[in-house]
Structures are given as C-alpha cells and as structure tokens.
Design a binder for this molecule. Sequence first.
Ligand code: TAP
Length: 455
Amino acid sequence: MSDAATIVNPATEAVVDVVPNTPADEVDAAIARARAAAPSWRAVAPADRARLLRRFAEAVDGDVEHLAGLEVANSGHTIGNARWEAGNVRDVLQYYAAAPERLFGRQIPVAGGVDITFREPIGVVGVIVPWNFPLPIASWGFAPALAAGNTVLVKPATLTPLTALRLRALALDAGIPEDVFQVLPGQGSVVGQRLVDHPDVGKIVFTGSTDVGTQIMAGCARHVKRVTLELGGKSANIVFADADLERAAAAAPMAVFDNAGQDCCARSRILVERSAFDRFMALLEPAVAGVRVGDPSLDGTEMGPLISAGHRSSVAAFVPEGAPVAFRGTAPSGPGFWFPPTVLAPVAPDDPAFVEEVFGPVVAVVPFDDEADAVRLANDTPYGLSGSIWTSNLGRGLRVARAVETGNLSVNSNASVRYGTPFGGFKRSGLGRELGPDALDAFTEVKNVFIATDG
Ligand code: TAP
C-alpha cells in the first residue's frame, strides 16, 4: 500500500502533485476531533453559523479561477466546466447558508400539553466523493451537513484530491473551525472504509459506483448508520418524431459527451421514434463531428480526456473490433487519456454499451415504435437516475416523465442538476436525495418533545 498518491494531469500525463494518504490511525484521530468539535459547532448561534457559511461561499467565489485551474490540471475538466463547478460550490454554500435560521420544527396539537419537534444534527458526517465531479459532489454533502450543525469529514477520490484540499484551506480562511470541516485524502479501502466502520461517524454520504455503494450500505447497516447513496446511471434521451429534431440532435452530444461521458447523468442511450430515426441520425452526425475535443485549459474546448489510462481501457472495451460504430468525433493523439466521441448504431439489445454504464464518450442509438415502447426501453435497466424527453406534445412529455422510473427528468432540455431542486436516483441509482429544500432532512434527526401543561 502506497503512502502517497501521485496526481497525474490526464491531458498531458505530467505529474502534477504527490498527496500523502491518510493512515488509518490518523483517520481515527480526525473522527475523534470531529466528534469533540460537534457540541460547540451545533451551539453556534444560527445567524453566526449562517454568516460563516456565507463567508465560506465568498472565499470560494474569490478563488474560482484558482479552483478551476486545479480541476483542469487534476481531472482534465474543460476550463468552462471547471469554472461552473467551482461556482456551483459557492452557490450550494450560499443556498444552505439560509438553512441554519430556517431549521423549523413543528408544534403538533395534543392533549394535556404542548408538543414540539426539533431537528437535531446527527453529529459527525462522512462524505465520500468520486473522481468525476470532485468539487460539486463534495459540496452537495458538506454544505447542508454543516448548515444543519454537523461536523464533516470529506474523503476525496484518490485520483482527484486537489480541489477538496483547497476547499479545506478556504473554509479555514473563512473562519470555519478546523475540526468542523476536515479533508482526508487516501484510499477508499482505508479512509472510506474507516468512515463507514467507525461507530462515531453517524452518517455517510457516498457518491460512486453501484458496487461500492452496495458494500457501503451493508457496512452502514451494521451500525444502523444513516446513509445517502448517489450511484450509477444509464439514462435515456427519448426523442419523439414530433420533437424539434434539430434542437434535440444539436443538444444530444453534450448530454452524453460532457465531461467525456464521465457523468452519472450521461444520456448514454438515445431512443428515437422509428419514423424520425434516419433524419435524427443525419442531424446527429455533424453535431458529433463538431464537438471540440482537446486541450481542456483552452476556452472553447468542449470535451477533455478521460481520467486515467485504466479508465480509458475500460471505456475502450465497450467499442471492440467490429463494434457497430455509426460515426465518431475526433480526439487528439499523443500524451493524454483521449477517447473520441463514439456513436453506436444499430446495437443488439444485449450489447454491453446499451445495457451497462460506460462512463465514457460512447452512446448507443436505438429506434422505438410508440410511446409504450419508449417507456419500456427506458425502464429496462436496473438504474434510474436521469433522462430527457423531446416532444412538442406537452401532455405526452408529462405522461412519459411520470412513467420513466428515474429521479430527474427534463422535457425538451437535458438539464439534470440545479442546487435548488432535489437530485437522486430510483432503483440501483441510489437512496435518498441531495440538494433542494429537503436535503436538510438527510442531515438531521427529528426529535419530539412533549411538555405537560396540566398541574
Ligand atoms: P467508486 O470506485 O465507487 O469510488 C467512489 C469513492 O468511494 C472514491 O472516493 C473511492 O476511493 C471510495 N471507495 C472505494 N472503495 C471504498 C470502500 N470500500 N469503502 C469506502 N469508500 C470506498 O466510484 P468512482 O469510480 O470513483 O466513480 C464513478 C462512479 O460514480 C460511476 O458509477 C458513477 O455513475 C458514479 N457517480 C454517481 C453520481 C450520482 S450523483 N449518482 C455522481 C457521480 C458519480 P478511491 O478513490 O480511493 O477508490
């Protein structure tokens, strides 16, 4: 087991940094510090906790360019995306900065006294983050957790710890006490596992693969530990013949190739009504050819490299020799973990690229016969995270949105995430919801108190 992770720029393969892994005994010490800090953090007056979170948001805002540059170098994200991601952390912090003063309980009518509910913090929250969106996904856990009065330990992915470490420095600058928000880089099998196993961590927020998430849920069950899971996806982009086909085809590439397809919400299945199939493919081809793939640090680049050589191999396995490639975009040659945008059609119903999460820039396009067939195909997956419906018939848009078994649907749009609305998966895509007004529920326990008024 290595004592440090060598951080590699996925676009150049140059070494960017070396980050020490946190050993198990230091994880335990950090958990003890977080536990000791919890009573004083929850006792901070609501307005003061709100002020500290707003100052943290301001510190992030002042550091957007720096954070974005780190993410480009560490993760190969395009500079445009990385700026959005850093801005999303700011926005999520600002949004939940309003929460400490609005953690309302209820007064419930009962006989013989007054009954009131409180929303108490859970205590210590562990946030385990994947490598695909290191900045936003960390904040979707830590911002509401801190707002609700919990102390937080963030475990970034081994491949991408740099922006989380920077956020920790910004939090300290903003005045968040040092044991209230800690970042513990290191391996999942050591740091992540310890957060799951340790009885003093009251809640785990995990984002990552369905396989690891399933193990984490089992680990949390041993302590009846609270858990939120955001896992994999195999989302469908459903295009009806009555849709604005030009718009749907123009938008489809970035609905799957954004972040080089390393997106749990990637619409990696495009389902097109049979009567519009040929027309849609004719419109899709130039849109895919036009995706600007290259140096992610340049403004205007739309797609960068994959995260690692190992991940590129697993993506490439979905496009073996003889795969039904309809057309492809471009990718640079030379150093870097590049893979061109790739469109597969026609695919067999059991083609792994149509059935499994690819997590790379590969999409399968499949025809459907009618609305019922579209819904059947969309739901024929163990996942249920996201998806899109393109149609000019609003009634059909709503009907299909209600019928597709996923947590986040967009009609005539490929949007998935807004900090003010709930995000999460049906079926094996996860458990619980992040973001939006209800996320605080996942970081608090409801306490009921009855006060007798007789006698
Ligand atoms: P994973 O391999 O599952 O890793 C995710 C995180 O868990 C990493 O920090 C990892 O640490 C850690 N980990 C690994 N084994 C662990 C264990 N036994 N105990 C505790 N923690 C452990 O996923 P990934 O490859 O990083 O990310 C890709 C997956 O994430 C995809 O399936 C994708 O769909 C999913 N994802 C889902 C969403 C949402 S919101 N649903 C968002 C983004 C990504 P190491 O880095 O050290 O391995």
